[in-house]
Design a protein. Structure first.
Length: 236
């Protein structure tokens, strides 16, 4: 499906986005907001939304860098992530409201994010979503406070991820302490971004050396867990 424009907030009243609609049936379907990593709304992220649509979800992937491109918006987006408020947070919540209000949406909406997007999935798990799937998302600075009252969480991390070492164990501890239903898994053979297929051209070799990038077995198992979890919490 071609790119669309969805309502945003004052900084970007119209957000570029990719909408993926299930090919079978007339709906309504549960929705999922898909949040990209720092590379932006790439073909890889669009394919993740398409995979959700094939599984029966109305999936929308907004471009959080719509207001000024990746280089200009990256700092402001990470600032909103670290502070817990700001234009990027408002944009994600606006997309959720837009998806919920669609007649082909059941009103139940999940959030799936990668890296930076995974951080937003954790940050916003207690702000109106019905299930959250952060993939190698950085934890909030005060996870006990941010995740208090959060929706069910299915999280995936790589054991070889040098940036987020210990994050899976810490998240498991916090969610257990708060009584939030969860499924947290750390894949020993995977590194950061193991669910993402990056098209970095000649820099792809450097990505592998750094322990980044796609890891097929871990990625497929994570998808099984995510879809099973979403079916339980977003389905009828």
């Amino acid at each position: 499906m071609p790119g669309i424009v969805v309502p945003g907030t004052a900084s970007a009243p119209a957000l570029r986005a990719h909408l993926a609609v299930p090919a079978v049936g007339a709906g309504p379907w549960p929705g999922v907001v898909v949040l990209h990593e720092l590379l932006g709304l790439t073909d890889d992220v669009r394919e993740h939304a398409d995979r959700l649509a094939a599984a029966g979800y109305l999936a929308v992937a907004p471009d959080l860098f719509t207001a000024g491109g990746r280089l200009r918006c990256l700092r402001a987006t990470f600032r909103a992530l670290s502070r817990g408020h700001g234009p990027a947070v408002d944009d994600v919540l606006a997309v959720r409201a837009w998806l919920t209000d669609r007649p082909d949406c059941t009103g139940k909406v999940g959030i799936l994010g990668f890296c930076m997007g995974g951080g937003f999935a954790l940050l916003l798990a207690g702000r109106g979503f019905d299930a959250a799937a952060p993939s190698y998302g950085p934890l909030p600075s005060d996870p006990e406070e941010v995740l208090r009252g959060a929706c069910p969480v299915v999280a995936s991390y790589g054991g070889r991820d040098r940036v987020l070492r210990g994050a899976a164990g810490r998240l498991e501890e916090v969610l257990s302490g708060l009584g939030v239903e969860h499924d947290v898994c750390e894949y020993p053979a995977a590194g950061h971004s193991f669910l993402n297929r990056h098209n970095l051209g000649p820099f792809s070799a450097l990505e592998k050396v750094a322990g980044l990038g796609y890891h097929g077995p871990s990625a497929e198992d994570a998808w099984v867990r995510i879809l099973r979890f979403f079916d339980r919490h977003l389905g009828d």
